[in-house]
Design a protein around this ligand. Structure first.
Ligand SMILES: CCN(CC)Cc1ccc(CNC(=O)c2csc3nc[nH]c(=O)c23)cc1
Length: 246
């Protein structure tokens, strides 16, 4: 997948291009990330990229021209059918199913990261195909949101995660939270690991994990439970969990 990033802070993206599954995917070439800085597309001596908003108000707005030139350069380099996404507080709220859609339905994406109070509306009208937000809280710019999107897409792209089932087990893939996990030591300050996990009986272990994933979801994110149709077995397990819990 080809990713073009338009940002005033290119170095921020070292945080994902150098580490972890994204870093590996970039090194292996599964993910190609190219970055353009609008400041490099200014011709005035101060390399101006922002200006005061017409009509007054706090903060500054990113100007059209440097962004437009940077986006055009990215389109030329990545191919003109690249979809242009603007990360913005006004955007559609990102969740796992949209991560899949974006990762699987686009050969190339250009991610425009805003700073200050945002960008000139005319640039949005002219150049932006889709606006996306990562949640209802206020960040300082679009860079962290872009990195969240890139990390989530990299995990679902073929060849990124070693064992495919870890993607399958990414619980948001099935609208369920994870079950509890344990590792050595077997006993810590008197607290034991549930014995079924030490039994080696994988049928019982999977059953226990499904029961506690459902129980966890019922306790911590009941809203997710409303979205899924539980199987007969899952309903039984959840009832068992509730009876033990209450
Ligand atoms: C809340 C929007 N605006 C109110 C006047 C101001 C504003 C705040 C923060 C920003 C910078 N944020 C992003 O660029 C951003 C890009 S994606 C995103 N997702 C969640 N929250 C976010 O703040 C963002 C831009 C405008």
């Amino acid at each position: 997948m080809l990713l073009g990033i338009i940002t005033l802070f290119p170095d921020m993206f070292n945080a994902i291009t150098r580490y972890g599954v994204v870093g590996r995917s970039v090194r292996k070439g599964g993910l190609v990330i190219k970055i353009w800085n609008p400041r490099d597309f200014t011709y005035d001596q101060y390399h101006k990229v922002d200006d005061r908003p017409y009509g007054g108000g706090v903060g500054m707005i990113m100007m059209i021209q440097p962004l437009k030139r940077a986006i055009n350069q990215a389109k030329n380099d990545l191919g003109c059918d690249a979809k242009v996404i603007y990360l913005s507080p006004q955007g559609k709220r990102l969740c796992q199913k949209y991560v899949y859609d974006l990762a699987y339905n686009n050969q190339a994406l250009i991610l425009v990261c805003g700073r200050y109070q945002g960008i000139d509306e005319r640039l949005i009208k002219m150049e932006i195909d889709e606006e996306w937000s990562i949640g209802d809280y206020v960040l300082s710019g679009g860079e962290l949101a872009s990195m969240v999107l890139i990390d989530a897409m990299a995990r679902v792209l073929p060849g990124t995660l070693k064992n495919r089932n870890s993607q399958k087990s990414d619980s948001f893939f099935e609208n369920k939270l994870d079950c509890p996990y344990y590792t050595r030591p077997k006993i810590y300050e008197g607290m034991q690991v549930p014995s079924v996990l030490l039994s080696g009986n994988h049928r019982d272990i999977n059953k226990w994990r499904l029961k506690y994933a459902l129980g966890n979801t019922w306790i911590k994110r009941p809203d997710l439970l409303k979205k899924i149709q539980l199987t007969q077995e899952e309903q039984l397990l959840l009832t068992e969990f509730k009876n033990e819990y209450l």
